[in-house]
Write a protein of this length. Structure first.
Length: 528
């Protein structure tokens, strides 16, 4: 804590201190809330709260999974820098300061009632909290514990962090809530959707139809309604005890959930598409200042902590990679574009990184490369490409006739294929990333005459993706290999490289989990 002493100042004497309440509903997609345009009755209580608050229409999470995303909210750093990486089980780096540590050193009481698991104490999330209670259970149980604590400690400034996995799989809404969303489901799926069932569906072992897919979403929505019931109870308590206007309230989530947008259902942690990264962010200022403001501009999880210290009158830390949202809330025009870096960590050396501007997204695979010549290329007899990619995808097409094509790598035969007169995709994986010469040779003589009349064409793909979100919000049309986008892709890539490579905290040793934590993660569907 020594490092904190010079970095943080207590608010100026005479200024009233406001409380801070941060609520994170794990796995809550922004577009399933009424105030974000959802047509079903998931969130009447949160919708009412949003009218007294500032609603950020495009809030981007820094990871599609619980631990790294929450750590970004708590430290204002991207995952590569705060070090809390899910797949490698790394805790928040001890070299960075957390929200609770800042608030506690400013004299706040610091308490949390949360769902544990990936926000458990083992990962360092309890740092700075005098009380950090982790348990499974519905949001209503956290709210009961919160109200109980508030009744006993009403006179002191507090920072309270509430978190629940109620919306996370298993989707298990309380009795009576599902019928608000469906009354006529006749399929075979149960009223509780367990992680094991979702895994079977995603592995293709269990086929579902459209009605089943709708049912799964309805059960998820019913869980949101249950959270909303408890949220309403908490707001009523804050209102009746006059705490509401003396408290800065931040309502958000750590990531969304996929429902079929990219081939999986009831799943997160696996991609960097918007259904996993767009989260709700609703901020109620003390005294409901800036009420009913809607901010369309893109903001990020790392902007939450700088906003908190700004509104509460504390000092910023050098580690902050985000910046305060106060200017946007006050509708001041000038605000730089806030590009969002999101990272999907794996057990590989480097995480998969995405950079998102308001209208573009670039997802850069860990072993990406720029094709020598973007777009489709054609040849008559033989062509060579030099690449250090670990994985090549070659969509090939033979023109006019069926044709035999031979592929060699560094002069050694790899594969021979017969190309029908239509597209066929060849995948060639390599074990390591080093420079190779890949040659593609047509064994069938080319009979086309003249320039511009190809016999065989091919295109080089890799795991990188680029989307124009203004034309393609569903991220279905990967334009990474489109020559017309090259300049923009390179600009985003340079920006991403600079943001990711800037100094971060050194990594800690992986976390050893006790039996209870392992059980908790298993119940949430995380296999060992
Ligand atoms: Zn989560």
């Amino acid at each position: 804590m020594i490092a904190l002493c010079h970095a943080i100042t207590i608010p100026l004497a005479g200024e009233p201190k406001h409380n801070l309440l941060v609520i994170s509903i794990d796995t809550l997609r922004a577009d399933h809330l009424g105030c974000y345009g959802y047509p079903k009755p998931t969130t009447p209580g949160i919708d009412r709260f949003s009218r007294e608050s500032v609603l950020f229409r495009t809030a981007i999470a820094h990871a599609p999974s619980t631990e790294p995303s929450h750590a970004s909210i708590f430290t204002s750093m991207i995952p590569a820098h705060h070090g809390a990486l899910r797949a490698k089980r790394m805790p928040i780096s001890k070299k960075v300061v957390t929200m609770a540590e800042i608030l506690r050193s400013a004299g706040y009481r610091t308490v949390s009632f949360n769902g544990g698991g990936q926000v458990g104490a083992s990962y360092g999330f309890d740092r700075g909290f005098e009380l950090y209670e982790s348990s499974p259970g519905r949001f209503s149980e956290k709210v009961t514990a919160a109200i109980d604590w508030l009744e006993r400690n009403a006179d002191e400034e507090f920072f309270m962090f509430l978190h629940t996995y109620e919306v996370h799989a298993p989707y298990d809404p309380p009795a009576g809530r599902l019928k608000l969303f469906e009354t006529d489901y006749k399929g075979a799926l149960p009223g509780v959707i367990a992680p094991g069932l979702l895994m079977k569906i995603n592995a293709g072992e269990l086929q579902i139809d459209e009605a089943d897919a709708r049912h799964i979403v309805n059960v998820y929505d019913a869980g949101i309604r249950s959270v909303d019931d408890a949220f309403g109870k908490l707001m009523a308590h804050l209102r009746s005890t006059q705490l509401l206007d003396r408290t800065l309230i931040v309502f958000t989530s750590d990531h969304g959930e996929e429902f079929g947008e990219h081939g999986q259902t009831g799943r997160h942690s696996h991609t960097l598409y918007d259904e996993l990264l767009k989260v709700p962010l609703i901020v109620r200022m003390p005294g409901a200042r800036f009420a009913s403001t809607v901010v369309e501009r893109q903001v990020r999880g790392i902007d939450i902590l700088p906003t908190v210290v700004d509104v509460l009158g504390l000092e910023s830390l050098a580690q902050f990679e985000g910046s305060s949202l106060r200017g946007l809330m006050a509708r001041k025009k000038k605000d730089d574009e806030r590009v969002a870096v999101s990272q999907l960590d794996t057990t590989n050396e480097k995480p998969l990184s995405a950079i998102r501007s308001a209208t573009r997204k670039l997802i850069l695979g860990p072993h990406s490369f720029v094709p020598l010549q973007p777009g489709y290329q054609w040849f008559k007899d033989r062509v060579e490409i030099v690449t250090d990619a670990r994985y090549l995808m070659l969509p090939m097409e033979s023109f006019h006739v069926q044709r035999t094509v031979k592929i060699s790598v560094d002069g050694e035969f790899v594969r021979q294929v017969v190309l029908p007169p239509r597209k066929q995709v060849l995948s060639i994986p390599f074990q390591t990333s080093e420079k190779r010469v890949v040659s593609i040779e047509s064994l069938t003589p080319c009979t086309s005459t003249g320039e511009g009349l190809p016999c065989v064409s091919f295109r080089v793909f890799n795991p990188s993706e680029y989307f124009r979100l203004d034309d393609d919000p569903g991220e279905q049309n990967n334009l990474f290999a489109d020559a017309a986008q090259r300049a923009d892709i390179e600009r985003l890539q340079t920006q991403l490289d600079a943001l990711v490579s800037s100094a971060g905290a050194a990594a800690e040793a992986p976390v050893e989990l006790d039996a209870r934590s392992r059980e908790r993660l298993k119940a949430l569907g995380y296999a060992e």
